[in-house]
Each structure stands twice: as C-alpha cells, then as structure tokens.
Design a protein. Structure first.
Length: 182
C-alpha cells in the first residue's frame, strides 16, 4: 500500500495528464486525436533520444571519477570549467530534456552549480548544428552576432541564478540528485 501511494505521488502529474487527455478525447474526438498523435510523436522521439543519453550517462558515471570531474568542472575549476561546460553543451545533440539527466550526473560528480547552468544554457542556445543552420539560413553575420551575445549572456544568467538562489536550495538540488537512483 505504501509503495503504491509513493508511485502515485511520484507520477501524479503524468496521471493527471492522462485524465485530462481522456476528458478532451470524450468532449472533442478530433482534438483528442490530435492530442494522441502529438503524444505518440513525442514518445517516439524520446525513445530515439533517451536510450543513447542513458548509455552515455552510465559510462560517464562509471568511467570518470568524481575527483576528475571536480578538478575540471568543480568549485575551483575557474575558466576551465566554464569552457568545458560550454563545449559539452554546444556539442550535445538532442532536445533540451536530454540535458537534465546529464546535469543530475554532474551534480553527483561534484560539478559546480554555475557550470551546470552554463552547460544547460549552452545546450539550449549554442548547439553547433543550430549555428551551422543559422549561418546557411540567416547568414554568418547574424549567427556570429547571436553567438557573441549568447556567450556572455549564459554566463551572466548562470552566475545571477546561483547568486539569487539560497544556498540551502542549491544543496537540496544536489541532495536530490544523489538519491535519484533510490
């Protein structure tokens, strides 16, 4: 009984979404079918993206010691950590939701909070394929200008967020990441 309550609590948003989708389907079948089609498409996309990410996460978790991650991306990593976070985020492939499991592993490995935010920011805005598309579609001047604005913008936002969040809240995020496997 306790286990089922825990499962319901953990997946309450998903279950609520299913109920809402069912209600929409019964009220308007055309709209309901669009909901089903969108969910099916998203689910297929996730099945293509998530497994490779989790394989890479497993390898990162096993092959890269915590001390190494702390040395290169931890509290005392300085500019080196920022550059690595940008590089990893920019070289990433896949939708933004793929960045969050990686961020959780980074937290387990002791990566500095601002470097995690920079990684997520780079993943969302400075991906190499996106820049290449912008160069071909909008021209190199636009792509370079946007990229030069994004670089300091991501760093400023990461440090501002880290400064405005309470230390207890950041610690709680790290604690949650440590217990994700539970």
């Amino acid at each position: 009984m306790k286990q089922s309550k825990k499962m319901i609590k953990r997946y309450r948003f998903f279950l609520l979404t299913l109920v809402v989708a069912a209600i929409i389907y019964f009220i308007d079948q055309t709209l309901g079918q669009k909901v089903v089609d969108t969910v099916s498409f998203s689910f297929k996309e996730m099945l293509m993206v998530i497994p490779p990410i989790f394989v890479l996460l497993g390898l990162l978790d096993v092959w890269v010691p915590r001390e190494t991650m702390m040395k290169y991306m931890g509290e005392k990593s300085g500019i080196k950590g920022i550059i690595i976070a940008f590089t990893l985020g920019s070289a990433a492939a896949g939708p933004l939701y793929g960045a969050f499991p990686i961020a959780a592993v980074f937290m387990k490995k002791g990566v500095k909070f601002t470097n995690i935010l920079i990684f997520i920011g780079a993943w969302s805005t400075t991906k190499i394929p996106l820049i290449l598309f912008e160069i071909s579609a909008l021209g190199p001047k636009f792509a370079l200008t946007r990229w030069l604005i994004d670089l300091p913008g991501i760093i400023i936002i990461a440090y501002a967020l880290a400064r405005f969040l309470k230390k207890e809240d950041i610690n709680q995020l790290y604690e949650r990441a440590m217990h994700l496997d539970d």
